[in-house]
Ligand binder design. Structure first.
Ligand SMILES: NC(=O)c1ccc[n+]([C@@H]2O[C@H](COP(=O)([O-])OP(=O)(O)OC[C@H]3O[C@@H](n4cnc5c(N)ncnc54)[C@H](OP(=O)(O)O)[C@@H]3O)[C@@H](O)[C@H]2O)c1
Length: 245
C-alpha cells in the first residue's frame, strides 16, 4: 500500500518536529515547513533526509500558494495536514502593540486559515486536517491575550469547515496542548527565570508530575491523521497531563 503523505507546517522544531520524527518511524511520508533556512536544514539532517522540507512563511499567502504547488508536484494529493506553525509573544493586554497583534494574528490565525483553505484542492477523500491550538482557549493565562484570540479564532472555524468540507471527505479536529517544553518559550520574550518558573510550576502541579514534551503530542497526531479517527469531527484532544482538569 502507498504511504500516507502528511504535511506539517512549522515542522522544524518543537511539536511539529517531534510529530515528523514519529510519523516517519510509523511509515508515513512527511513534508515539513518553516521560515528559517538554518532550522529547516538542521531538522532535515536530524530526520536523516527522510522527510521533504520547504521554506514557507505561513503568514504570506504567496508562500502558501507556492508550498501547495510544490507539494502537488511531488505527491499530487495528500492524506493529512497538521496546521501547526505558530508563535507566542508574551505581552500583557495593556502592553500589546499593533506589531505583536498583527504578527500573532497573521501567523496563528490568518496563516492557519489560508493554509487550510489552499490545501483543500489537494486533500484526498478521505483526509484529515488537524489544527494545533492551545489550552489558553478555555483557561485564562495572564500575558496571552492576543495569542489566546488567535488560537480561539482558528479553533472556532473548525466546526464550520467540518460542515463545508464534509462532502469532500475532509475532517477537521483539534489538538490543544498544555504548556509544552519547546523552543517557543525562548522566542516568547520571557526571561530565562520566568521560563524556568513556568516549567517548574507546570511540572510540580501536573498530575503526571512533569512537563508535557513535544513527543507526547506525536502519537495523538498520528491517531488523528490515521484511519482510526475516520468518524471524528471537531474533536478536541487536550494534551496537558491533566493540568486543566
Ligand atoms: N509549546 C507550548 O507550550 C505550546 C502549547 C500550546 C500550543 N502550542 C502551539 O504549538 C505550535 C508549535 O509550537 P512549538 O511549541 O513546537 O514551538 P516552536 O518549537 O517554536 O515551533 C514553531 C514552529 O513554527 C514555525 N513557524 C513559526 N512562524 C512561522 C511562519 N510564519 N511560517 C512558517 N513557519 C513558522 C517555526 O519555524 P521557524 O523556526 O522557521 O520560525 C517552527 O517550526 C504552535 O502553533 C504553538 O502555538 C505550543
Amino acid at each position: 500500500m502507498d504511504k500516507k503523505v502528511i504535511v506539517i507546517t512549522g515542522g522544524t522544531t518543537g511539536i511539529g518536529f517531534a510529530c515528523a520524527e514519529h510519523l516517519l518511524v510509523k511509515g508515513y511520508e512527511v513534508v515539513i515547513t518553516g521560515r528559517s533556512e538554518k532550522n529547516l536544514t538542521e531538522a532535515l539532517e536530524k530526520l536523516n533526509h527522510k522527510a521533504t522540507g520547504f521554506l514557507s512563511d505561513t503568514s504570506k499567502l504567496s508562500d502558501i500558494d507556492e508550498l501547495v504547488n510544490l507539494v502537488k508536484e511531488k505527491y499530487t494529493k495528500i492524506d493529512g495536514l497538521f496546521v501547526n506553525a505558530g508563535i507566542f509573544k508574551s505581552s500583557s493586554f495593556e502592553a500589546t502593540t499593533e506589531e505583536v497583534f498583527d504578527e500573532t494574528m497573521n501567523i496563528n490565525f490568518k496563516g492557519a486559515f489560508f493554509t487550510t483553505q489552499k490545501f483543500v484542492p489537494i486533500l484526498k477523500n478521505p483526509s484529515s486536517v488537524v489544527l494545533n491550538t492551545s489550552i489558553v482557549v478555555f483557561k485564562a493565562f495572564a500575558g496571552t491575550s492576543i495569542y489566546t484570540a488567535s488560537k480561539a479564532a482558528i479553533e472556532s472555524v473548525a466546526k464550520v469547515l467540518n460542515l463545508e468540507l464534509a462532502t469532500k471527505g475532509i475532517r477537521v479536529n483539534i489538538i490543544s496542548p498544555g504548556v509544552t517544553e519547546s523552543p517557543i518559550q525562548q522566542k516568547s520574550g520571557m526571561s530565562n527565570e520566568a521560563i524556568q518558573n513556568l516549567l517548574d510550576h507546570f511540572s510540580s502541579t501536573s498530575p503526571i508530575g512533569r512537563i508535557v514534551k513535544p513527543k507526547d503530542i506525536a502519537p495523538i497526531l498520528e491517531f488523528l491523521v490515521s484511519d482510526n479517527s475516520l468518524v471524528l469531527r471537531n474533536e478536541k484532544i487536550v494534551v496537558d497531563g491533566g493540568t486543566t482538569m
